[in-house]
Design a protein around this ligand. Structure first.
Ligand code: ZN
Length: 137
């Protein structure tokens, strides 16, 4: 199994557990549909964050090298995964409105910034910062 296949297998289990009818039911009729959307989207984005265009594998390496911090939360750790982000918060969780984002962009963007504005003005600079961390050693 390749690194990507192995990663995806674990991610599908993780994302399946996050499905809730109340939260995601509007755009995804069941857990399988949500997991399938995740799989298609992560492949379409080539395992990169929608905003900063950085590979989740590069992010995981930086975490393992202690160059990036993670955040412990109730159901796990934020940092080493791509997260489901709503481009327009009020439009809810639908296939058209969701992208996969790294924790660092998702957390920074929050609900304050328009997603395309964020991508344009902050995504590129975050990528530069990740590149700097990668090449630092
Ligand atoms: Zn990002």
């Amino acid at each position: 199994m390749t690194e990507k296949e192995d990663f995806l297998k674990n991610e599908k289990v993780r994302i399946g557990k996050l499905y809730s009818t109340k939260k995601h039911g509007k755009g995804f009729s069941n857990k399988d549909e949500f997991v399938k959307w995740f799989e298609n989207t992560i492949k379409a984005q080539d395992f990169k964050c929608y905003y900063c265009d950085t590979s989740i594998f590069d992010i995981c390496s930086l975490i393992n090298q202690d160059e990036l911090k993670t955040r412990k939360i109730g159901y796990g750790t934020r940092g080493p995964n791509l997260e489901v982000d709503r481009k327009i918060n009020s439009n809810g969780y639908t296939k058209e409105n969701c992208v996969l984002s790294c924790y660092y962009c998702n957390n920074d963007k929050s609900y304050i910034l328009d997603s395309e504005v964020y991508k344009k003005y902050f995504g590129k600079n975050r990528k530069k910062y990740f590149e700097y961390l990668k090449n630092k050693k």
